[in-house]
Structure formats: C-alpha cells, structure tokens
Design a protein around this ligand. Structure first.
Ligand SMILES: N[C@@H](CCC(=O)N[C@@H](CS)C(=O)NCC(=O)O)C(=O)O
Length: 146
C-alpha cells in the first residue's frame, strides 16, 4: 500500500489539521506530513494547488485525495480497524459521529472568541455573549458521554 501524505496547516493554530494528524499518529500509520502555512492574505496558492476546497487537511493516498478532517479520520479508521479510532459498537459509533459532526458544525461563538493557539500566553479574556452557552453544551456532551 502507498505511503499516504497528510497535508496540514500549522498544528498550533489549525485544530482541523491536528485532528487527522492525531488519528494517523495514534493509529501508528506510516505517513508523510507536509506543512503548508495558511495565514496568507487571499489564501496560500500551495494549498489551492493540492486541495479542491483550497483548504487543508487533505490526505493523499495513491491517486485518491480525501479532504475534510472527519472524512480523513473515517478513511483511516476503515483502513486500520484495529486501531480503535471509532467504537466497535454501531450505536456507540453513531454517537461518536453525532458528537464529531456537532463539533464541526456548531460552537461558532466559542470558536470565534477562542481560536486555537496552544502557545497563547496565559491570561484572562473577556468572553462575548454566546460563549457560555457553547461551553455549557460541551460540558453536557462530555458529562453524558463519561
Ligand atoms: N471543515 C474543514 C475545515 C478546514 C479548514 O478550515 N482549514 C483551514 C486551516 S484551519 C484552511 O485550510 N484554510 C485555508 C486558508 O485560509 O487559506 C475540515 O474539517 O477539514
């Protein structure tokens, strides 16, 4: 099988990139990692050259290109069923997908107030309206799942 290539943005700022990177790394996949910075005005032409959406992450496996972080993770989970990326039980797998899709499509207030930056200096920030509701929903998800 060809060695896959994962095109990503900076893991410090791009949680979308970090997710499939963690999945591939956690599954023990031998893959090549190609970092393409995305903080370009008007978008980085290198990303546009490889990705149909002009966004990363993107996994190239042979001739196949897979974009969208969750689609990449699903693909890797199918290729490596013993890696435990998704629950074996169908109902639990459905729940995992519900939560993952909710994360992908929701929490706009939280995301815009707190963009990912692992290296951000410690310090308080003023949270605008809507962020408390997002945090409360995330706490509920975690509590219910645990
Ligand atoms: N829904 C997509 C989001 C991907 C995305 O937004 N990627 C950003 C980096 S975090 C990007 O490539 N932006 C390109 C640009 O801003 O030029 C996924 O889950 O993969």
């Amino acid at each position: 099988m060809d060695r896959p290539t994962l095109y990503i943005a900076n893991k410090n700022y791009s949680s979308w990139s970090f997710r499939p990177w963690m999945a591939l790394t956690g599954a023990g996949v031998d893959f090549e990692e190609v970092l393409i910075p995305f903080d370009y005005p008007g978008g980085n032409p290198d990303i546009k050259a490889i990705s149909p959406t002009g966004r990363v992450p993107l996994l190239q496996h042979g001739a196949l290109k897979i974009w969208e972080s969750l689609a990449i993770i699903e693909y890797v989970a199918e290729l490596y069923p013993d890696a435990g990326l998704l629950p074996r039980d169908r109902a639990e797998r459905a729940l995992a997908r519900s939560v993952s899709m909710e994360m992908l499509s929701s929490f706009r207030a939280l995301r815009s107030a707190c963009p990912m930056n692992i290296r951000r200096p410690k310090g308080g920030i003023v949270l605008p309206d809507g962020v408390d509701a997002d945090i409360s929903r995330i706490e509920t998800i975690w509590r219910d799942l645990l």
